[in-house]
Design a binder for this molecule. Structure first.
Ligand code: GLU
Length: 362
């Protein structure tokens, strides 16, 4: 059964008026019970799995198991056959590369199976964008992969997790979600991993895509895409991390007025292979930091200039001569995503020109 047929079947279960269109739908190897798409949920914790502690605002992220989260949205069973697996149960401030590598391997393994149509990953919102982008660069399949989180713990009044999880199932179950790269479903919006970023510490509308806007919207159990990203599908980069136990060390230094060179020097002394500068404006650097980064690049450390500014690209050779210093310009990647790409790039090369080509592509 094609994605389209599966979607029609799913819609008919949810909106019986459409049922007639599906009466001839065929079961195939990939269709599970009822001819619905087969979706695998990988749970990692976060506020979506959080439990409040008493009556105040305090809560503990990563407390509830995935079955409890799915239990809050029984209607998803009308949209898809869902299997679930707990990969971790942490607040995403504790996300690390061990879990990233485990997730990348598991997602690739699942999507290679004929009877898996897509994957959802539940995740804390703090570092959700980094995991989403890491998977975007390491998953080798056009089947939909969606990350989802929540801003209010599962036990809160008006918890947003159930609605977001429901929307994530809608997105993965849609044939229109294929070949769009890894996606993020939050508060009714669908974002591409590359541009999605957390923009509010507390609001339910916590995510935005500051450079290019959302790809689409989920409404009443259906996903509507407004555009397709030119860079979304069949990324030639598709880093293979299957044989890796760890990733190269890359740090971020934050730019500001009168910034010291100490953080850069400390990272170099600690043998970091890469440094991302969260510079000011178009990735500019306080002169002392520029000097320290130039020394670092001279010693073979890969230096990527990004910006602490919320939107807009960091462009090469504008106020600063990247070619002369051997720096790489991050383009539209924010510092935390530039760090992800640089870690992966360094698994292949340390050469700034080659790394710049990867950033130009991404
Ligand atoms: N620190 C939590 C986390 O990232 C809270 C953020 C959330 O999930 O909304 O897991």
């Amino acid at each position: 059964m094609s994605y389209l047929d599966k979607l029609k079947k799913a819609v008919s279960n949810f909106f019986p008026a459409h049922a007639r269109e599906n009466k001839d739908a065929e079961q195939t190897e990939s269709a599970g019970p009822h001819g619905l798409p087969n979706i695998h949920v990988l749970a990692t914790g976060g506020t979506i799995a959080g439990r409040q502690m008493g009556a105040g605002p305090r809560y503990q992220a990563g407390e509830l198991g995935i079955e409890a989260l799915l239990g809050a949205v029984p209607t998803v069973r009308a949209l898809a056959n869902i299997r679930s697996e707990q990969i971790a149960n942490i607040g995403s401030q504790d996300m690390d590369e061990d879990i990233w590598l485990k997730l990348a391997r598991r997602v690739n393994e699942l999507l290679a199976q004929k009877n898996v149509d897509g994957v959802i990953i539940t995740h804390g919102t703090d570092t959700l964008e980094e995991t989403a982008y890491f998977l975007d660069l390491t998953v080798k399949s056009d089947k939909p992969v969606v990350l989802v989180g929540a801003m209010r713990p599962a036990s809160a009044v008006g918890a947003d997790g159930p609605a977001n999880l429901f929307d994530a199932v809608v997105v993965v179950a849609s044939p229109d979600s294929a070949a769009r790269g890894v996606l993020v479903a939050m508060n009714g919006n669908v974002f591409e991993a590359r541009d999605a970023t957390k923009v509010s510490t507390t609001a339910v509308q916590a995510f935005a895509a500051p450079n290019f806007g959302p790809l689409g919207q989920v409404h009443d159990g259906r996903v509507f895409y407004w555009r397709r990203s030119d860079r979304a599908s069949s990324r030639p980069l598709a880093f293979d991390v299957s044989g890796l136990d760890n990733l190269p060390l890359v740090g971020i230094v934050y730019g500001h007025a009168n910034a010291p060179e100490l953080p850069v020097k400390t990272l170099v002394e600690a043998h970091y292979r890469g440094i991302v500068s969260a510079g000011v404006g178009n990735g500019n650097l306080y002169h002392k930091v520029l000097g320290a980064l130039a020394d670092a690049a001279n010693q073979g450390v890969a230096v990527v200039r990004s910006s602490r500014v919320a939107a807009g690209p960091t462009m090469r050779d504008v106020e600063l001569d990247d070619t002369r210093y051997g720096f790489v310009a991050a383009g539209a990647l924010n510092p935390q995503k530039a760090r992800v790409l640089l870690q992966l790039a360094l698994t292949k090369t340390q050469e700034p020109g080659e790394i710049q080509k990867m950033f130009d592509y991404c």
